[in-house]
Design a protein around this ligand. Sequence first.
Ligand code: ADP
Ligand code: MG
Length: 381
Amino acid sequence: MGDREPQPSGGLTVRVRIRGRDQRPEQQKHWPQEPQEAPEAQAEEVPPVAAEAPTPPAAVPEVSEAPEVSEDPVTVADEMYEDVSTPAVEVPEPSPPPRVHPQRAPVDWSDVPEPDPGADTAYVPRPVPRIMAVANQKGGVGKTTTAVNLGAGLAEIGFRVLVIDLDPQGNATTGLGIDGRSFELSMYDVVMRDAKLEDAIEPTSIKNLFVAPATIDLAGAEIELVPTFSRELKLRRALESVIGDFDYILIDCPPSLGLITVNGLAAADEVLVPIQCEYYALEGLGQLLRNVHLVQANLNEKLEVTTIVLTMYDGRTKLAEQVAEEVRTHFGNKVCRNVIPRTVRISEAPSFGQPITTFDPSSRGAIAYRELAKEVSGGAS
Ligand code: ADP
Ligand code: MG
């Protein structure tokens, strides 16, 4: 493995300004499903008069055209980040007025090409080494769970796997049994202090599985990075020296589209998007895809969304089925056939510092992640 060529790097800081950021469409509104399908809490909120006098929804605004690009000397990344001066907390929208007619959660699919109906619908694995950013700006959709457990599944097959924890919450770190006080260097030191990535990598209790840990310090990097040179490419540069040592590098991104996530996307070849099969699951997906396209156009032309993983699938609900169907219609063979079920055991495993594959090896969750690892990798190592 040591003879692999490092990935090419390049001076990719592009100086352009994108106009029209203030003309972004208002966030699209999502209306509840018909009462029997809506989550209980929502159904309870429906006032009794709702069925008699439904209020029509405000028109969903059209998506604005692609932003115009000019030559002003501002890095393009400025346009992709959330305002770092405000905390990246999602302010919940006020509940929309109840509706009588069921309606799917509207999603902006304009960035997603329609799949070719004649094409093979099976997921197409790529050759190793693979660098995959596990990204979705929504929190709690299964990014960390997928990075940890897919990583463990791949390691079980025999691949050498590195999970890079880019989330200041450090859930991938602790979920892989690494105590926050037991290591000297973290991803903060790598990104902000130019520490060598290889010096930050820790072995886990699982053979072939390694983690580059994160601590809460990384939260500061989001702001501290702003004035630094090549701030979008810190991780990419750091990865160059370790790329030959691993078959899979899974980058667990934080739940935002800020500079840390942009570092993750700029360093990866592929984006793996976990999608939670639940209400509002598809909200924000268009924004994520637009950001991926911006990074691709300006920082990392190899970047591509290759892998969609449906997580927390509850086969008893019609909604999960609907979400899965809609995602498959739009993403075709990028969607893995293996879906991850919602199970209590998966959510318990991190508190024991273990992936589900060792915490409860014969559980449904362990089997699902093992099968996913086979599918993503194409089988044998
Ligand atoms: P993210 O990294 O996107 O914020 P996590 O992977 O941390 O999301 O998952 C959010 C929460 O959901 C965690 O408590 C996790 O244990 C739980 N969880 C994730 N996947 C599953 C699953 N398949 N079944 C049950 N709980 C899950
Ligand atoms: Mg996470």
